[in-house]
Structures are given as C-alpha cells and as structure tokens.
Design a protein around this ligand. Structure first.
Ligand code: SAJ
Length: 422
C-alpha cells in the first residue's frame, strides 16, 4: 500500500511540524484544524507557533501545493491525530486530575466521516493507556459499514496504531527526523503500515510494540523525568535547610559513575512533563504513589520560592530599616518555562512573578530576553541592565544564556537555577 495523501488532525506544536515533514518529501498533506485563523495562517504559507526552521519548510510546502489546511475532513490514505489531551482539574485536590479525551473523540468522529476501506488511523497525542482502543471504538460507532482491529484483528478494513511524538520543543524538526519512533499497532499489520508511513521521513529506528505499551512508554518517559526533577527539587529544599550548596552537592554526587541527578529549579513547567504523569496516576491512583508524590513535590516548589522572597524582603528591611516595604524593588529574571525559548505555557517562572507582583506592594520588574512585550499590568518588563541597577532583591528563575554573563554584587539574591552561586 502506498500513501498518496495524508491528513493530519490538529495543526499545533506536533501536528504542524509533522505535516511539514511529510510535505517536504513530496506527499500531499491535508491539515485539519478547528481554528479558522490557524488554517488561514498556514494557507498563507505562515506559521502560528514558534519553532526554529519550521516557517521555511511550511512556506515551501504551501507554495509547492504539497500542504493545504482546512477545517473540514477530506479523504486520505492515512490519518494522524495530534490534538491536545489536557486534563480536567479535580475539585477534590487529593484526587488526580483526569485526562480530557474530548478532542480525540471529536477528531475521531470527524475522521470517521471520510474513512474508506484500507485506511490507516494513527493517534499521536499523549494519551492514557487504552485511549487508542477507545478511539478505534469511537470510529467503529460511526462506521458500522467498516471493520476495525478490535473486532476483526488482522482482517480489519481499517488499521489503527498509537505512535507517540517525543520531540523537544525548540528542536522539533531535527528530533522528528532523528529520534527513534515507537510504533504501537493494534495488530502486526497495523504496525507494518505505520512503519511504512513514518519511514517517509524518520531516520531513527521504528520499534514495534502494542498500542497500550506505546501509550505507557510515552507517559513513562515524561514521568521518569518528572520524578528525577522532583528528587533534585527536594534535595534543594533539604540542602537549603542544612546550609549545604545543592549545586556543588549534585556536581559531586554526579561524579559517581552510576549517579545522574537532574537540576533543581523553580518548579516544572510546559505542557508535557507537568501533565503526563497525571495520566498514569488517574488510571492507577493506589499504585502510582511515587509518580503522584513527585508531581506534588514539583508543584509545591513555586510556593517555596515565594516564601524565600518574603524572607529576603524581611532581611532587606532589617538591614535598611529606613526603607519602607513599598520601596523595595524586586527583579525576576526569566519568565519562560525553560531556558532559551519564548514559551510561557504553564511556566512556573511566570506564575511566581505574577504572584510576587500581587503580594508585594513595591515595584516588581521582570526580565525576559526572548519576549519583546507582554500584556500584563502587574509587573514591568525591563532590560537586564535596568533590573540590575534598580532592584534591591534579585530572583533568578530561568537560566537563559543572557543571564549567565551577569555578575551581581548584591547581598539579596535568590538563585533557583544555581547560575550565580559562588
Ligand atoms: N527541568 C528542571 N530540571 C531539569 C530539567 C528540566 O527543572 O533538570 C524543568 C524545565 O525547566 C521545564 C520542565 O522541567 O520547566 C520541562 O522541561 P524539559 O526540557 O524536561 O521537557 P519539555 O517539556 O520541553 O519536553 C519533554 C521531553 N521529554 C523528555 O525529555 C522525557 C520531550 O522529549 C517530549 O517530547 C516532550 O516533553 C513532550 O512533548 O512530551
């Protein structure tokens, strides 16, 4: 079977670069998105997200008529679903937030309208275990005239697989091509077809497993990182209490040949690592004790940083008794969710800065070299030099490369990333 036309549902951070990669290989790609503005932007040969190299590839693909975006489904030989899977926050704080599969459901219903015998449907969205089987059920509910792997195995009309993306924001184009790809077909033939599809542009190895294992693999990768970061964050809090330099400690411990501790910070942000572990916890709340605790540890770190700021304000006023509280200027360095990007989604640094601005009666300055302007009134976006010269208290939140050059002589520094420590 050959794939002449591929349709990708969800033209966001994963769907759009994936569409670009297929189109760059001369395959006809139809991108489907519910957002008309996104569709119009892409059809104009432009992009609505920030990702290095992507703009050039999309322009070429659209100019060459290999990529076209639309809001309604069209026939294709393979369908890739890359829609968001957010979680629904639980009113009961003790319970894990539940994944929201409604975007997958509506994409599946949309795909079902144009499915024909022999088509391949791949779910790429990060999903709880069992979501691919559920998606296949939703397809079957809509199309009783076709057969699906859950009832007809290898003989089914439609092939279904789960193939998670594992690319790092900021390096998406390179990683889409070079990373190994997990291929979780609902049957062996589903996997064979999925490999054939990805081999169009993937240079990494395509490794076959079941759909459920592929789903769990994606969640495991991000949960493993979350647990690792939680360990580092917990160490940073313990070390602060014991007056041990956590950065020196981690460097020393990491000299052991079998120890590799990650870096502490102000908390875990972004739309993957802070979310995906909950997909495991919500399915197995009794068993996933470590994963749940790691989430709680990382989620509690921003509050700890704010408490540190309060202590530092008190120390400052003790040293300068003539100053009033509302005269104390605080500078926050970095707003993005990680270094050297402009992405503010689920950013602990942004949330900490906002919270400090709402708690503190004095001026709060923020420095974010990757962002030119911000529509927020509670704090002022300033240059590095202005922050250094005006602030009384300096709070390092994101280790952007620009901040590593800074040399501060102040006694009032809170360095959550360890780049200014002596
Ligand atoms: N962080 C730390 N300490 C560290 C490493 C990271 O505090 O030692 C923080 C970062 O500052 C950030 C958060 O963790 O706030 C997440 O950053 P990240 O670089 O670890 O991960 P993401 O969210 O940009 O991308 C992850 C990647 N997953 C893994 O590395 C296992 C990526 O490969 C996935 O494709 C992506 O999630 C995804 O889409 O799931």
């Amino acid at each position: 079977m050959s794939f002449n036309t591929i349709s990708i549902f969800g033209l966001g951070y994963i769907g759009l670069p994936t569409a670009a990669m297929f189109a760059s290989k001369g395959i006809k790609v139809i991108g489907v998105d519910v957002n008309q503005k996104t569709v119009d932007t892409i059809n104009a040969g432009k992009i609505h997200i920030v990702e290095p190299e992507l703009d050039v590839i999309i322009k070429k693909a659209v100019d060459g008529s290999f990529l076209r975006a639309t809001t309604s489904p069209e026939e294709a030989d393979a369908f890739l679903i890359a829609v968001p899977t957010p979680f629904l926050s639980n009113e009961n704080q003790d319970l894990a937030p539940k994944p929201d599969l409604s975007y997958i459901k509506s994409a599946a219903k949309s795909v079902a309208q144009v499915l024909k015998k022999g088509d391949l449907v791949i779910l790429e969205s990060t999903s709880p275990v069992g979501a691919t089987e559920q998606m296949s059920e939703w397809l079957a509910e809509e199309r009783s005239d076709l057969t699906f792997p859950q009832t007809h195995g290898e003989a089914s009309d439609i092939r279904v697989a789960y193939c998670p993306e594992r690319v790092l924001p900021g390096h998406v184009i390179k990683e889409l091509v070079k990373n190994d790809r997990i291929i979780g077909g609902m049957t062996n033939y589903c996997s064979t077809l999925a490999i054939k599809l990805y081999e169009t542009f993937v240079e990494g190895e395509c490794i076959v497993t079941s759909a459920r294992t592929a789903e769990m693999a994606k969640l495991t990768e991000n949960s493993s990182r979350d647990v690792g970061i939680a360990f580092a964050n917990e160490l940073s809090i313990i070390c602060d209490k014991l007056e041990v330099d956590v950065w020196e400690l981690i460097n020393l411990a990491n000299r052991h040949p079998r120890v590799n501790i990650l870096q502490p910070g102000p908390g875990v942000g972004g739309h993957c690592i802070a979310v995906d572990p909950w997909f495991i916890v919500s399915k197995t709340p009794e068993e996933a004790m470590l994963i749940k605790t790691a989430r709680r540890v990382n989620d509690s770190k921003p509050r700890w940083v704010q408490d540190k700021v309060k202590i530092e304000i008190a120390n400052f006023l003790k040293k300068y008794p003539n100053k009033k509280l509302n005269e104390v200027v605080i500078a926050c360095y970095g707003l993005a969710f990680k270094p050297d990007i402009d992405d503010l989604r689920e950013s602990p640094a942004l949330n900490i800065t906002k919270d400090i601005a709402s708690m503190h009666t004095g001026q709060v300055l923020a420095v974010e070299p990757n962002i030119e302007s911000l529509n927020l009134e509670s704090f002022k976006l300033v240059s590095i030099n202005e922050a250094i010269s005006k602030a009384d208290i300096h709070l390092m939140l994101v280790d952007h490369k620009e901040f590593k050059e800074i040399s501060l002589s102040s006694d009032f520094i809170i360095d959550t990333k360890g780049i200014w420590h002596k």
